[in-house]
Design a protein around this ligand. Sequence first.
Ligand code: SF4
Length: 262
Amino acid sequence: MSRNLNNVMRLINEVNKTTDIADQFLNDLKYSIEKQANKEQYKPSQTFKPSSFNCLRNAYFQLIGAELDNDTTTYNIQGICDSGTDAHIRIQKALQQMKENGIDLEYVDVEEFIKNRNLTDLEIKDKKEIETKLYNKKYNMSFMTDGIIKYKSKYFIFEFKTETADKFYKRTGVDEKHYNQAIMYAINFHLDKVIFLYQNRNTMDLKAYLFEVTEEMKQDILNKIGIVNQAVTDKIPPKKDENLLKNQCNYCSYKTICKRSE
Ligand code: SF4
């Protein structure tokens, strides 16, 4: 082999070595993120959850503590969840700063609000910086709220969502899949106005919509809670709703038991 060819081979080997180590690093990083995420996965509590009440069968399986599918989290999914959490912290900080910047907005302390309004069904389960974890003992419901704001002398429940650019550009109002969550918060806080803020994950652009909860909407949710409680007593899961929202089943962790009990 000529000296020139030798040099070329040596260079190629060096490049390969560099690529190898970069690949190894990437694989190790992904592996560690996924391992950590899967270690931290926990079984949901046997309570109603406003953020996952779009399928009554799913609510039933949560209430009876049914076995979850053996799904493992991927680093992408974990990254999306983590960046959603970070975005929540940033937006809540921005809300808190509005007052010092001369805007008539107060980011309300949820614990204080509950005490002042004498909402005795609600218990504070955990409170960390901006997060307040709540439990409603009347309805056996647990949830984490994004907060309550007092804007121009009126109280609003605040709900923040991040989403893909594609969804964001098409958005012209509150997503149908977020209605039940808003109505359940309204039942809990005895407030009927919810401000939804949507953020484009690519550009950080924002859109806000007011969602007004009616008595009929609340009654409909309370009826559904009754259906699920009765199903738990009867030990028979509610029938699969033919009008389930698009993609509802894709992200469900009870696909196996749901299929088995059809
Ligand atoms: S798989 Fe679909 S129908 Fe079954 S519990 Fe989950 S969301 Fe509901």
